[in-house]
Design a protein around this ligand. Structure first.
Ligand code: ADP
Ligand code: GLC
Length: 488
């Protein structure tokens, strides 16, 4: 079978706009697929925060049937930075020209069903406009989940009806649900408003509709693929996950090894590698200086880069903080999210002396410097579909301390003090004591078992996290989806 052609449809893409790991994946996986010989392209909204000076505008506008008639948008074309992968951006000012992606800070956009239904229908109109019928449309989480629904309903029997869909679940906890009365504006038939498709607790759930209608499903780690079939991990959708379990594959995310490379990273103070860690010591001192911490080599520096949320265990970190600092550590936090956590961290940072500093906001460069300059990276997530920071950490010789859940469990090997093997430290239950005890264990290893700690750093840095492995697995899923859609 020739390699299928693929349209990625997503709500964000790093290099243009990103709010989290989904954006990293959407920027990297298409590039790996392109390198493996696939015709792959991407469509995203053109939010006003995306600069368009490098993009070209298509001469004709695109008409998208939605609401009372047809809405028109512009189409910008660019490339995923550093690659040949085409990116189409749908430009509709009143829907996407709002300074935010999903919701304004601290509140909710009132019309997200209309906004993202527009993106979904617009992606299909784009195929018509380009005279290009991909074999696969690969969608990501709820914002593009209506595409499989459109293809199975309004497009069924038409020229696009043969397109197979693959839906990747990045995070089942982020479900959006909308009032039933808003469905009509999407032009999806009212008959889809039923409990095994779009209906969820009386509302419209695009996520659920996508899970039901996509030809094949994937999620971002094998362990999370198991967890979401259980009531504890399914966020209310475990029933449909079990129902579709035979069509679901767990494929570990990779990381962009060009962007996250301590040997070439332009954001960090000095380059380093597994063969020569001296640059890492310089990065640590530079980070301590930048954050106003005491410039000490001997103190274990613990880094955190995270959305501040219940998922990431932020509440537990805040509760544990005094006990973590009492272990004679330094802690730096880069994060944004929960306003209560932001306020607490801000205050604590102000009074944190030279041992604790928090930087509230989003900064890619500082994220790189924290990965490079820290000795340990703390990520005690309650659940974690995959997680990228623990992989970035390992690549920078910063040993992760994680909860053994989802992709964290799949990508970090527990330190074994008898054999010296492992690449990090894992706790199984997220309690205050187990969190503090595991950090204590890591700190003790740093101070008292230095050769073992350094051997672990080098082992972690030599691990391969490239996207090529995942791209191969996705290739198999695409073939599987095409065969299944065409009944061959
Ligand atoms: P999630 O997508 O659930 O937030 P991931 O670990 O998959 O978690 O990905 C998070 C991505 O967002 C990483 O690239 C991480 O470096 C980045 N990130 C998170 N918070 C910040 C921040 N405050 N500043 C810069 N980058 C951040
Ligand atoms: C989600 C998940 C995270 C995952 C990312 C990319 O944001 O929370 O675990 O790494 O998507 O797939």
């Amino acid at each position: 079978m020739p390699k299928p052609s693929i349209l990625f449809a997503a709500s964000e893409c790093a290099g243009f706009v990103k709010s989290g790991g989904l954006g990293d994946v959407v920027a990297a996986l298409p590039v790996a697929l392109h390198a493996a010989g696939y015709d792959v392209r991407l469509v995203i909204p053109r939010y006003d925060v995306i600069p368009i000076d490098q993009a070209t505008r298509h001469p004709s506008p695109l008409g998208v049937p939605i609401g009372g008639g047809e809405a028109w948008c512009g189409v910008f074309e660019s490339r995923i930075p550093g690659s040949e992968v085409p990116v189409y951006m749908l430009d509709h000012h009143s829907l996407f020209g709002r300074g935010y992606l999903y919701d304004p800070p601290g509140s909710h956009a009132p019309d997200n069903l209309a906004r993202f239904a527009f993106l979904c229908r617009g992606a299909l109109q784009l195929c018509r406009y380009l005279h290009w019928t991909p074999d696969i449309i690969h969608v990501h989480d709820w914002p593009t989940a209506l595409i499989p629904v459109y293809l199975n309903t309004v497009e069924r029997g038409g020229p696009l009806g043969q397109i197979a869909t693959v839906m990747t679940i990045h995070n089942l906890a982020h479900q959006a649900r909308f009032p039933a009365r808003e469905l009509a504006a999407t032009h999806i038939p009212a008959s889809e408003f039923r409990p095994d498709s779009l209906e969820d607790h009386g509302g419209v759930s695009p996520f659920k509709g996508g899970l039901y209608h996509a030809t094949k499903l994937t999620t971002v780690s094998p362990t999370y693929a198991r967890e979401i079939r259980t009531p504890e991990g399914g966020h209310g959708l475990d029933g449909i996950m079990r129902f579709r379990g035979g069509d679901l594959a767990g494929i570990l995310n990779g990381i962009d090894e060009q962007v996250w490379n301590p040997e070439t990273d332009p954001a960090i103070a000095a380059p380093f590698s597994a063969n020569d860690l001296s640059g890492k010591a310089a990065c640590k001192r530079a980070l301590q200086r930048e954050m106003g911490l005491a410039e000490r080599d001997d103190v274990p520096l613990i880094g955190i880069v995270s959305r501040l949320s219940e998922q990431k265990g932020t509440d537990m970190i805040l509760s544990a903080l005094p006990r973590l600092l009492a272990l004679d550590t330094q802690v730096v936090v880069l994060g944004s999210g929960d306003p209560g956590a932001e306020g607490y961290l801000h205050m604590r940072s102000h009074f944190g002396g030279n041992r604790f500093r928090a930087w509230i906001g989003f900064s890619e460069d500082l994220a790189h410097r924290i990965e490079a300059g820290s000795d340990l990276f703390l990520m005690p997530s309650r659940f974690e579909p995959c997680g990228l920071n623990q992989m970035y950490s390992q690549r920078y010789g910063t040993l992760p301390i994680v909860r053994a859940t989802g992709g964290l469990d799949d990508t970090v090997e527990q330190f074994n003090p008898d054999t010296g093997e492992g690449t990090g430290f894992k706790l199984s239950h997220l309690t205050l004591d187990s969190l503090v005890d595991t950090v204590h264990w890591a700190v003790y290893t740093y101070r008292k078992k230095r050769p073992a700690f350094e051997a672990m750093q080098k082992r972690a840095m030599r691990k391969h996290f490239g996207w090529d492995v995942a791209a191969e697995h996705y290739g198999e899923v695409y073939d599987w989806a095409v065969r299944s859609r065409r009944g061959v």
